[in-house]
Design a protein around this ligand. Structure first.
Ligand SMILES: [Zn+2]
Length: 187
């Protein structure tokens, strides 16, 4: 059993839809120059209960107002600013992240009557606002071991798809194929 005192930060522990939403959110924040760190994603009910006890039956500040969190339903994630010492002190940072979320149809906890600024979540009706027919190949940068390469990529649902030829070039691998199957190998 996982340690209830530890937060899970793995995006892949979210629901399939929430993974798309969270990846998209992270990608859009990055584009906006916001240095976001995920601090928690999925939370077991026992961890939620344990957090609820804090400040009530256990010492410490109250950190949650509910035992029914969307974290336990794999639909929510928490963030902070990825700058040491400024994790929660920059109000403008969270407001900007909230604006990114709004554009993507993601709910920001900062809009609630009891604000929870680090918190973001989707509901079951959420759909990616980025239409599939807007897919396009763009030239952008890939960094491998500190070296920059220009590669062709498609960005979709928060994921990046890079041309195999370009990956091969960046990793100094030989690119060939076996029928439809791309083959990468040592030169
Ligand atoms: Zn949260």
């Amino acid at each position: 059993m996982s340690d209830i005192t530890k937060a899970c930060r793995d995006i892949q522990e979210l629901s399939a839809q929430a993974q798309i939403a969270c990846n998209l959110f992270m990608a859009e924040c990055k584009k906006a120059g916001l240095n976001v760190l995920i601090t928690e994603t999925y939370r077991s009910q026992s961890r939620q209960n344990w957090l609820y006890e804090q400040g009530r039956t256990r010492d410490g500040n109250i950190v949650t107002w509910t035992k029914n969190s969307n974290h336990t339903g794999r639909m929510a994630w928490d963030i902070c600013k990825n700058v040491r010492g400024q994790e929660y002190s920059d109000a403008a940072f969270f407001t900007k992240c909230g604006e990114v979320a709004k554009k993507l149809g993601i709910t920001w906890g900062g809009t609630w009557s009891t604000p929870d600024k680090p918190h973001f979540e989707i509901n079951k009706r959420w759909k990616s606002p980025i239409k599939e027919d807007t897919e396009m190949v763009e030239k952008d940068m890939l960094i491998v071991n500190g070296k920059e390469f220009t590669v062709e990529m498609i960005r979709k649902d928060g994921y990046t798809y890079i041309k195999t030829q370009d990956i091969g070039k960046a990793l100094e691998l030989k690119v060939s194929n076996q029928g439809r199957i791309p083959v990468l190998g040592k030169k």
